[in-house]
Design a protein around this ligand. Structure first.
Ligand SMILES: Nc1ncnc2c1ncn2[C@@H]1O[C@H](COP(=O)(O)OP(=O)(O)OP(=O)(O)O)[C@@H](O)[C@H]1O
Ligand SMILES: [Mg+2]
Length: 166
């Protein structure tokens, strides 16, 4: 897996199964309080990647797109941790983000996965993992991971090792 230096990694997913696997690898590494931002156009694969993340984390139920309810809560059997899947497509700005209770989620000890984070950029915590998904063609997606802060740099390095050792 080619890297871009510490805290960044970039690769191509060739099909949806690969995206699910990548997500699962990442999901296994998450700890309470982690914030994962998934940016990219409609159909880029943000929800698909979230399905993988939730599966790897251990979610009891399948992930569906939270476009209409905005926030989905997932639970797992192992402990009381919650994974929040948030869709900000219909939001614009910090007031909207606070309006759906995002601030509380971000101060909770859960994991927060955010689609369309660019719509609420100013409401995001300074430290986070930003994943940019781009559509290359029908089945190929480029994914660029960028960590901000120590926790996420460590996370990206752990993820890089997991994937290259697979
Ligand atoms: N390599 C790939 N990775 C992920 N999805 C892929 C891939 N190749 C094809 N697809 C298809 O692209 C679509 C991705 O849809 P998904 O709902 O995950 O996108 P999204 O980024 O969440 O879009 P939205 O902004 O509408 O929420 C699915 O139909 C999926 O089957
Ligand atoms: Mg989606």
């Amino acid at each position: 897996m080619p890297g871009l230096g510490s805290g960044s990694v970039e690769f191509i997913s060739h099909n949806i199964d690969q995206t699910l696997r990548v997500g699962a690898r990442l999901g296994q590494l998450l700890v309470g309080g982690d914030v994962i931002c998934l940016a990219g156009n409609l159909g880029a694969g943000k929800t698909a990647l979230t399905k993988g993340i939730a599966a790897g984390w251990g979610a009891l139920e399948a992930v569906t797109s939270p476009t209409f309810t905005l926030i989905h809560e997932h639970r797992r059997a192992r402990d009381k941790q919650v994974l929040y899947h948030v869709d900000c497509y219909r939001l614009h700005g910090t007031a909207d983000a606070w309006g759906i209770g995002l601030e509380d989620l971000l101060h909770d000890d859960g994991i927060v996965v955010i689609e369309w984070p660019e719509h609420i950029q100013a409401a995001l915590p300074e430290d986070h993992l930003w994943i940019r998904l781009d559509i290359m063609d029908e089945t190929q997606r480029r994914m660029v991971f960028n960590a901000t802060g120590e926790r996420y740099t460590t996370l990206v390095e752990a993820f890089r090792q997991q994937v290259s050792g697979a």
